[in-house]
Design a protein around this ligand. Sequence first.
Ligand code: C2E
Ligand code: CA
Ligand code: CA
Ligand code: CA
Length: 278
Amino acid sequence: HARMHHLGYAVFDPSYSHAQAARLVMIGELRHAIENNGLRLYLQPKIDMRSGAVCGAEGLVRWMHEKRGIVGPNEFIALAEQTMLIKPLTEWVIDAALRLQQEWLHTRCAVPIAINLSAVNLRDAGLPEALRALRTERGSARGMLEIELTESMLMEDAEHALQVLAGLRDDGVPLHIDDFGTGYSSLSYLSRLPVDCIKIDRSFVNDMLHNENAARIVRSTIDLAHDLGCKVVAEGVESREHWDRLASFGCDIAQGFFIAKPMAAQDFPGWMEAFQAP
Ligand code: C2E
Ligand code: CA
Ligand code: CA
Ligand code: CA
């Protein structure tokens, strides 16, 4: 009788909600996935718009869930950040990218891979050393691993960010600004931070064809970036129209469904083989 009572209490205590229970289960499952090869690194190619060559890829993480199938990062990155699982997750992602590059050395698949860092990673004082150790272990050449950070992450603690990023740059890890134009930034950080490339957010690319102001923003952002010595990636390039308009603005690199959706790493060599420039 006493045991029944105890079980009933655990299940019906109103403060212990179903949502909390589900969250705890998910944290455990995510930890298990990180530690037991339950994640996959997908790759989405980036194309040099002038030469038509594949000039890189973005690494995008997926969780192969036993019951739910392929789960996208929007479903679990925030949870990973709240629980500090983001640290081992990011290290897994970086190492997965470096392992692929090791395997693909001297093949046409040997292109730089950009990985996404979270603000929590940037606050971690051990990040530069962890990156250095992983890159040394895998024999990663300068420029082959790139990082993508959003503007808001840089604004959070600009002084610290500046220090970390200058160090990574010295180590040969270029910085790309992700989702450019969606933050509240003053743009002034572009003159202070070692930025190699900006990625125009796909909302601008999407609006550009039917909204002349969005088109002007894209065009002047490209000019500004070039004046500052940065390259420009357009994300969310979904059609020939997007491609042509961006090319007319002098955009350097295109990424989006018009080229390819993110794909499992094992499909990348075959895709490269068949790829023809638009
Ligand atoms: P993001 O960095 O802005 O990545 C681009 C997202 O846009 C990807 O979604 C990609 O699949 C999608 N996308 C690419 N081309 C197109 C297009 O032409 N049209 C449209 N509509 N969408 C396109 P995904 O893979 O679901 O990733 C979502 C976000 O999750 C990423 O946004 C990034 O912020 C985050 N993320 C992904 N992988 C990682 C990771 O390893 N670590 C961290 N911290 N965050 C990650
Ligand atoms: Ca990104
Ligand atoms: Ca983005
Ligand atoms: Ca985004």
